[in-house]
Design a protein around this ligand. Structure first.
Ligand SMILES: Cc1cc2nc3c(=O)[nH]c(=O)nc-3n(C[C@H](O)[C@H](O)[C@H](O)COP(=O)(O)OP(=O)(O)OC[C@H]3O[C@@H](n4cnc5c(N)ncnc54)[C@H](O)[C@@H]3O)c2cc1C
Length: 880
């Protein structure tokens, strides 16, 4: 890539890089481009720098990430020079700060103010973007970067009649520079999101009357603003670089203590004390980080909600007003939470009233005020604090046309599609700063902005060094990234809310979770990984030819990835290096740390007759009225580890979701009892359970089997032995990532045999303990090798993409189907060997777990033997 000769910035008609926007992102990008010798110009609609902090001059506007954190890290002198006057700086102070940065680095000379970009078109022949402005002129450039902000396009008020009002109308996101004096005025504020929560207490101090129109109450709590906390400042000043480095390795870009416990692992008193501490801290992020499961688990989150609701009830004197202000329709953190100064207390003032739009919606704005369905109000001024067309609004407001005239607006019609939130396929050399699919609004944006600027800068430098002219992500990489962004969101509670994160605040906007919720640290690692792997997922073209490094940077489900990282962090031993006793102790300790699973009607322990003596079992009975079918369940653990309690949460889950009695059986373990002890015990247990159904309180003739891993192996073998013995009848088998064969040379072993929890070495260790090589090919050890699979019960075989056992599970499902058995396979995309039984831990498997439970339910719904059930597809039966 040759540098374009131009008079950099100012009036230039041709530059290397056009940057749109001169906020936090545009300013830093401009600085870096200039430093590295790229000619560039920033085009900015406002008449000065500042972005968010230029436009949002409403009373009370301030940051809610502490200013020490919410500031640039790239200028070490600036960090020393600039002293924030408050913990959360006001808008004027932040604007002064950005102005100071622009002055200090003489950035304004490369910015064209009062210039709105209206369109941009990729000229493939010239390999240039033509960027059009509202002045009717054009700037041509190699690289086009939209640093246009995630929250820079105020939402057009969807309030009928708003144009009729003859008094003054104000928009928090476009506040007049000269300010507004509400003294003696009757004022309406519509909206109680972040801007409303900040402005309402200040407007109330001036106005004669203030009426707040609220659609959705918000979780807010005191910001405890004041001088910059001494301890924090001392920590920062002692080592600014170290502090910033730590911030980059966090979930949200602010150093906070990482939680280790789940909410219900502690007593209620301890939990409330933790929440009280979080409440008193005035820190926006601490509640979300109070326990590991706050943003993942309904009950954990509800415990925060209830705590905060109590606080609202305590602050607001009138119980009806308190109730109106109390959020009940969304979980904490699923809409952007707020911190405030006297927000709830404001509603105790005699001249302030609240109108709940859920009770009385606005019918219309009139010439003199607002009519709701119940009342008419008169106002001198209306303030719209109605939020933004977030994340995509400013990007699609520009008519961007990529390769072959492809319209970005059209491409994103059903939701934005990006690779890493930084580029989008079909739009060469086009970058978005903190674009959709990046952490952006879920983080301290100063950190995320710097990371994006650095990444784009380095990409441009790389291209220059390698004589590359054009870069674009591949469709494969983009599709997989969109999938990963959704996978990350789907394991959290956030997609359940009607939030602006979901685009739900803008009528007609597609409902898609817009930011990346995997966290700043994880995201940064992924971006670095992409570069380290030779710009994985990008295609480049230039003088040195075309280079396409197609591929996918993340396929694993995020919870599986977190689980694997946790094992590494904990320094978990490789089980195959342990003695059997130590391995069992380790497995038992790990099991004890599992979330408990759902409550069931009854849990009781007993003994049944195994092949060579009594076997312990644990029975789980549903709370629902019977009669229930019964599931004989066989735990995992490679025939060596585990017991009837080791898959306790999964058994509880199956009991509740399949509405069945689950009998978890303790078959004999190797190496004390080697092959075929486990298989014989499994069959004996199935027979015993069938014979004693009435005694167990189960409906006779309604028996299914289920097992995970080696438990899936013995469950499959038990079905074969039952068939060969002429009974008992088994209505269906659900085999979860089962061992079906002793051949360790299938591709899934080569692909997943290391690094995904169950390793090839561990499988060898299990086999060695269980069976002599000569015995392993017996169908009682390798059920896939049975001479015939005909006549077996219908089956659901669950496999996982990143499991060494994947291919033998698939092979078993195929072989069953070939033999005429109603069998099917369901594969867990991105999942690992223990994803499916990981109740309340592996949330990506929720759907798969539900599916296997309903398959069991369907099997058991048929009180007939498998000969009849075999003609039915368990899946369609389950979903019927
Ligand atoms: C009230 C408020 C408080 C916030 N508080 C915090 C906080 O505490 N912590 C935090 O991390 N984040 C906060 N944010 C988010 C904030 O937007 C970002 O932190 C950050 O300021 C974004 O910087 P930016 O440069 O990416 O975008 P912006 O600051 O939004 O700048 C984008 C610029 O692009 C310009 N522009 C857009 N389209 C065009 C066009 N077509 N042509 C020309 N110019 C265009 C706009 O005029 C704007 O100046 C807050 C946002 C708001 C609204």
């Amino acid at each position: 890539m040759d540098a374009i000769k131009s008079d950099s910035g100012g009036a230039a008609r041709e530059v290397d890089v056009v940057v749109v926007g001169a906020g936090f992102a545009g300013l830093y990008l401009l600085h870096e481009l200039r430093r590295l010798g790229f000619s560039s110009v920033a085009l900015e609609a406002a008449d000065d720098v500042g972005g968010t902090w230029y436009w949002n001059r409403y009373p009370g506007a301030r940051c809610d990430i502490e200013s020490i954190d919410y500031s640039y890290s790239w200028d070490p002198d600036l960090q020393r020079e600039w002293q924030w006057s408050e913990r959360y700086a006001t808008q004027p102070e932040i604007l002064r700060y950005l102005g100071h940065v622009a002055d200090k680095h003489d950035l304004r000379r490369d910015i064209r103010f009062s210039t709105r970009v209206t369109g941009a078109r990729w000229d493939a022949a010239a390999q240039r973007w033509s960027v059009r402005t509202d002045h009717g002129d054009e700037v041509r450039c190699r690289f086009y970067v939209m640093a246009t902000g995630c929250l820079s396009v105020p939402k057009t008020p969807d309030v009928p009649g708003h144009e009729r009002f003859r008094g003054a109308s104000y928009y928090t996101g476009r506040w007049p520079k000269e300010g507004v004096d509400f003294t003696g005025k009757r004022v309406a504020v519509i909206g109680t999101g972040s801007s409303g929560v900040q402005s309402i207490p200040i407007i109330a101090q001036q106005a004669k009357e203030l009426t707040v129109f609220q659609r959705t109450p918000n979780y807010s709590r005191p910001a405890k603003n004041g001088p910059v906390p001494k301890a924090k400042k001392a920590l920062f000043d002692a080592d600014p670089a170290g502090y910033r480095a730590a911030a980059r390795l966090t979930g949200a870009g602010v150093p906070v203590e990482k939680p280790e416990l789940r909410a219900f692992q502690v007593s209620e008193a301890e939990r409330r004390a933790r929440y009280e501490e979080a409440y008193q801290s005035g820190d926006l992020l601490v509640f979300g980080a109070a326990y590991t499961d706050i943003l993942f688990n309904d009950a954990a989150n509800e415990s925060v909600c209830e705590f905060l609701r109590d606080k609202i009830r305590a602050l607001v004197k009138d119980p009806d007003t308190a109730e109106m202000l109390t959020p009940r329709d969304h979980f904490y953190g699923t809409k952007r939470p707020c911190i405030d100064t006297n927000y709830f207390e404001t509603f105790n003032l005699p001249h302030v009233r609240l109108v709940d739009l859920r009770r009385e919606p606005i019918r219309t704005v009139t010439e003199t005020g607002i009519d709701t369905s119940a009342r008419s109000f008169e106002f001198d001024a209306i303030v719209y604090a109605t939020g933004f067309d977030a994340m995509t609004g400013a990007i699609v407001a520009v008519d961007v046309a990529g390769r072959d005239g492809l319209s970005l607006k059209q491409k994103w019609d059903h939701g934005p599609r990006t690779y890493l939130g930084v580029m989008t396929t079909g739009f060469p050399n086009f970058f978005t700063m903190t674009g959709p699919g990046s952490p952006s609004v879920l983080s301290n944006m100063a950190v995320s902005i710097e990371q994006h600027v650095d990444w784009v800068r380095d990409c441009l430098v790389h291209m220059r060094a390698e004589h590359l002219d054009v870069v674009e992500p591949t469709p494969t990489a983009e599709d997989a990234w969109v999938q990963h962004v959704n996978d990350c969101a789907d394991i959290t509670l956030l997609p359940r809310a009607n939030s602006w994160y979901m685009g739900a605040n803008v009528p007609g906007k597609p409902r898609v979770f817009l930011p990346y919720i995997g966290g700043v640290e994880r995201y940064r690692k992924i971006c670095d990984d992409v570069v380290a792997r030779g710009y994985l997922g990008f295609a480049f073209a230039g003088g040195s030819g075309r280079r396409c490094n197609d591929g996918v940077v993340r396929r694993l489900q995020p919870d599986a990835e977190i689980f694997l990282e946790m094992l590494t962090e904990l320094g978990a031993p490789r089980i195959e290096t342990l003695s059997v006793a130590d391995a069992r102790a380790f497995a038992a300790a790990s099991g004890a740390a599992q979330p408990p699973g759902p409550a069931v009607g009854e849990v009781r322990d007993g003994q049944l007759a195994g092949a060579a003596g009594p076997l312990a079992y644990r029975l789980y009975r549903p709370a629902t009225p019977g009669p229930h079918g019964v599931v004989a369940y066989f735990h995992g653990g490679g025939w060596v580890l585990g017991d009837p309690q080791s898959d306790d949460p999964f058994c509880r889950y199956l009991c509740v979701k399949a509405d069945a009695i689950v009998v978890s059986v303790n078959y004999r373990h190797a190496p004390e009892a080697r092959f075929p002890a486990a298989a014989d015990d499994a069959f004996a247990a199935v027979r015993w359970i069938a014979d004693h159904a009435a005694e167990l309180g189960a409906a006779p003739g309604r028996l299914a089997v289920c097992g995970w891993s080696a438990g899936g192996n013995v469950a499959a073998v038990a079905c074969q032995l039952a068939r060969d013995a002429g009974g008992p009848p088994i209505a269906g088998q659900v085999l979860v990532t089962p061992v079906t064969d002793c051949d360790l040379s299938r591709p899934s072993y080569a692909q997943n045999g290391e690094g995904y929890f169950l390793t090839t070495d561990l499988m060898r260790w299990f086999w060695d303990h269980y069976a002599d090589p000569a015995d392993r090919t017996s169908p009682k050890a390798s059920p896939l090798r049975a001479p015939s699979l005909a006549g077996l019960p219908p089956a659901l075989v669950v496999t996982c993409e990143f499991d060494p056992l994947r291919d033998e599970g698939s092979a078993y499902a195929v072989a069953l189907a070939k033999a005429g058995v109603a069998a099917r396979e369901r594969q867990g995309r991105g999942m690992i060997h223990n994803s499916v039984p990981g109740v309340d831990v592996m949330l990506s498997a929720v759907g798969l777990r539900a599916e296997l439970a309903s398959a069991l339910r369907a099997f058991l719904g048929a009180a007939t033997p498998h000969a009849t059930a075999a003609r039915r597809d368990p899946a369609s039966a389950a979903h019927a």
